[in-house]
Design a protein around this ligand. Sequence first.
Ligand code: GLU
Length: 489
Amino acid sequence: MTVRTRLAPSPTGYLHIGNLRTALYNYLLARKFHGQFILRIEDTDQARFVDGAIESLLKTFTTIGLDHDEGPYLEEGNIVQKGDYGPYIQSERLELYRKYADQLVRDGKAYYCFCSKERIEEVRKQQEIAKLQPKYDRHCLTLSTQEVQAKLDGGEPFVIRMKIPEGETVFTDAIRGSISINHAEIDDQVIMKSDGFPTYHLAVVVDDHLMNISHIIRGEEWLSSVPKHILLYNYFGWEIPIFAHLPLILNQDRSKLSKRQGDVAVEDYLAKGYLPEALINFIALLGFNPKGDQEIYPLQELIDSFELSKVNKSGAVFDHQKLDWMNGQYIKQLTNEELVIRCKTFLEKAEMEIDTVLFEKICFVEKDRLTRLDEIVDHCHFYLTPSKYETDLLIWKKADKQDALSQLQQISLFIEELKENIFDSLELIESSIKRYIEERDFQNGNVLWPLRVALSGKSSSPSPFELMWIFGKKHSLDRIQEAIIKLTL
Ligand code: GLU
């Protein structure tokens, strides 16, 4: 069997974190078995149509780097579709769905329903009062063929509903095992709406079949829809694919992941400077961890070890702290050149101009301290404009104001004597200052603390050597001079 998986998002305007995990697991399975991973846009709900949503979804998809094999792509701002099973945008496949809906009506598996919204609401209300399960009462199933024809000829608006027979559907979910759902809980589902668009249930089954999808991997919220889908597969006489329903993603308090408690759009994470590769690694572990105690997985290792049967059944907590930690790890792994390129985007967004050499040095020094790339903007501010600080901050805990002043005066004279080229090398700066301390038998703290604060204006910062390397001789001396003035006031 060729493994063909798909992500079938509705274009809501952004890519949900949950959908990213669904995409990833579909991708991992397809890559592991050298199959295909397909992207299909499910835009049959016209009421939810958002302008530009497909484009923004495709853009995020490209940035994240889970390359799909078929479906829509964004090329120079235009949507193009590639693959033999297209179109891959459901609103471009309406005739197909109509054809299959008509077939079901002809076969007696579905029926026209002319009930008005008002009538349906009234029936619901009565059922609620009688404490019955709210369901369509099959009023139109009793219409004769002639009555139906007359209504159709008269141009009455209609929907098409599938018949749900009594009984139950038993199926095996690749993650959850055997599942049975009683049909008593299921309404005669509308499969074609009055606007001529299919509902999700018909479109998804038709497309998954026609696109030869072998595994349907999606969120748990779709589990209760499986009986409707299996019935449709059976009505059409089609082979039923493998189903796998992924556990919910939860907030720290174990409620369903929601906007209220943080971002849910992948775009928001990217905009904050989470690396796509870190997001992928983090998301992969929401429900699956091949080795249990390992946290950092290159994509290929995830592909090699992925198995649906190893995916957890219970909800996975989205731990923001862990994501931050992981992002920091991925930032550390970047080469300096790559870090500079990626950080530049954030400077540009903040409309900040900074000398290239200075920026490269800042990136290099800050690399190990960055949790997210957007933090680079703040760091740059600090290098460009000295921070305001209390004079007392210059005083080391084992010294006094007089000592801080004298240390800064002495080291400023020493720095003045240093050759310019020393400042081109972090190592040379460090060794010169260290030698200065040793030769005079000073304590590190007495010298380095006030020096570091004079340069940074902060209680914690990169080392004074790194700061001097970034600032160069003149600017370093200027900052030290400012501190000396502060101490003499
Ligand atoms: N269009 C559905 C969604 O928005 C897809 C569900 C499925 O994968 O079958 O999530």
